[in-house]
Design a protein around this ligand. Structure first.
Ligand SMILES: Cc1cc2nc3c(=O)[nH]c(=O)nc-3n(C[C@H](O)[C@H](O)[C@H](O)COP(=O)(O)OP(=O)(O)OC[C@H]3O[C@@H](n4cnc5c(N)ncnc54)[C@H](O)[C@@H]3O)c2cc1C
Length: 435
């Protein structure tokens, strides 16, 4: 057993060594900082796909982090198991003075941190958490009476009013790596050790081009062009810093910054409303007479609805783990309105497939589309897939890429339901419950 007093820095959704708040605080407040990551079986055991692209992404990000730490004379403990099992082991193996980590606002994560905090407390180990994943968290942006906002526009106004000017400052964790606990390189489990296979994907760069941001508002809705940052996977796993990105957004593109504020907004909504993981933000929507037809759902999943823009989106998702935001809105509207399938089905399917899957934003996006969420599209707004195509894929480039057979007669005859009929059915069904 090592007798040196150490502080653990526990990485979770912050897989970077630069501008990492909790890591910076550990390195500047304590000596001998030993980083830690746990491949959490509570999460991994739920993944059906043994070649899940997110596990490869995390493994690669950790390998880079490990190299950085080892180049600076330290290393990182990487374990496979549940935090409840791993922590007691580490606390008895090392002389741990404190555990530092960045906050996570998902209900599972909050329970986990409470448990681990208690395990630490029982051993007289300090457990400290920091804000790193968002610009403003929890109740930092609230109404004058202390209540939280359920509508985005006033939230956004208050978000700007709350800025003091230092929110985007860098935490220079990477300049303090001399405070790492001196260690020989430590072992790290391979994907195979954990029962996973490698999934090689083209991961978008974690850098965003200034020109792209300057043109963002003009191009962001066109799925056939590279008009959005593709940073979602990096923001999800913290391989980029939200502070750096928000600073860029403020300087170069208000409309892009707006999207980062939506991200804060949905994290805040989830923090105050953990029940929305399984139930509608507006509970009356759960009483709608959903059709929930399994065969139709299956066709939607496979991209076989006969609506080219919907099928293109689903095929892009299945093949790459990504889907353009405009198309996410179209396929979500189609599932919840044309097919009258409860939004949780689609939300769960996205959760399985999206490389950038983020509970708060995914839930927010789905409930927005279904009309059941906070500040959602009204239920009577039913996207017309053809009009959406004319507007956002006028030269059919996106559709051609993912559904090359879309002009064949056979394909056109496969429409799962006619738009006009589906629209009226959706309106009647929603109306009869919501009055
Ligand atoms: C049904 C549905 C499900 C969604 N599920 C997710 C999800 O699981 N994970 C996820 O990160 N985003 C989700 N979004 C939001 C959005 O589609 C993606 O963030 C975006 O497509 C990612 O591409 P980008 O990085 O190029 O985004 P950009 O347009 O470049 O935006 C920059 C960043 O802002 C954030 N952002 C953008 N749009 C939104 C939004 N509407 N809500 C919250 N944050 C946003 C993301 O972090 C994104 O990377 C969902 C949207 C819908 C309609």
């Amino acid at each position: 057993m090592s007798k040196d007093k150490i502080t653990l820095f526990w990485h979770r959704r912050d897989l970077r060594t630069d501008d990492n708040h909790g890591l910076y605080r550990a390195l500047t407040e304590k000596e001998n900082v030993l980083p830690l990551f746990i491949f959490d079986r509570n999460i991994l055991d739920e993944l059906e796909d043994r070649a899940d692209r997110r596990v490869t992404f995390i493994h690669d990000a950790l390998s880079e982090i490990k190299e950085t730490y080892e180049n600076n004379g330290g290393s990182i403990i990487v374990k496979y198991g549940t935090p409840e099992d791993i922590f007691p082991e580490i606390l008895s193996e090392y002389n741990v003075e404190a555990v530092y980590t960045n906050r996570d606002y998902e209900p599972y994560a909050k329970d986990r941190d409470e448990n681990i905090g208690q395990i630490c407390k029982d051993k007289n180990v300090e457990f400290k958490t920091f804000k790193d994943h968002v610009i403003f968290e929890k109740d930092e942006v609230v109404k004058k009476d202390g209540g939280w906002y359920s509508v985005f526009s006033p939230y956004k106004r208050m978000w700007f009013n709350t800025l003091k000017g230092n929110e985007f400052d860098t935490y220079w964790s990477s300049k303090n790596l001399d405070k790492l606990y001196r260690s020989d390189p430590l072992d790290m489990p391979s994907l195979k050790d954990m029962g996973f296979e490698r999934k090689d994907d083209h991961i978008p760069s974690s850098r965003v081009d200034d020109e792209l941001l300057k043109n963002y508002s003009d191009k962001r809705d066109i799925p056939s062009v590279r008009g959005t940052s593709r940073l979602s996977v990096h923001l999800r796993f913290g391989t980029v810093s939200i502070r750096k990105m928000a600073k860029k957004g403020k300087a170069l593109s208000g409309s892009w910054l707006n999207e980062l504020i939506w991200r804060d907004f949905y994290q805040m909504i989830l923090h105050f409303n953990p029940q929305i993981v399984t139930t509608s933000f507006r509970p009356e929507y759960d009483k709608i007479n959903w059709r929930n037809n399994e065969e139709e759902f299956e066709k939607w999943c496979k991209g076989e609805t006969g609506y080219p823009i919907v099928d293109a989106g689903m095929r892009e998702l299945n093949e790459t783990g990504f889907m353009h935001n405009r198309v996410r809105m179209i396929v979500a509207s189609f599932l919840t309105k044309h097919l009258l399938v409860h939004w949780t089905w689609g939300e769960q399917y996205f959760a399985k497939k999206l490389i950038d899957y983020e509970l708060a934003s995914n839930n927010g996006g789905w409930q927005w589309a279904a009309g059941s969420g906070c500040d959602a599209a009204p239920y009577f707004r039913v996207f017309n897939p053809e009009l959406q195509t004319k507007k956002f894929d006028p030269d059919l480039k996106y559709i051609n890429k993912w559904v090359p057979e879309f002009q064949e007669l056979d394909y056109q005859q496969k429409r799962i339901v006619e738009h006009k009929f589906a629209r009226e059915r959706a309106l009647e069904t929603y109306k009869s419950t919501l009055k």
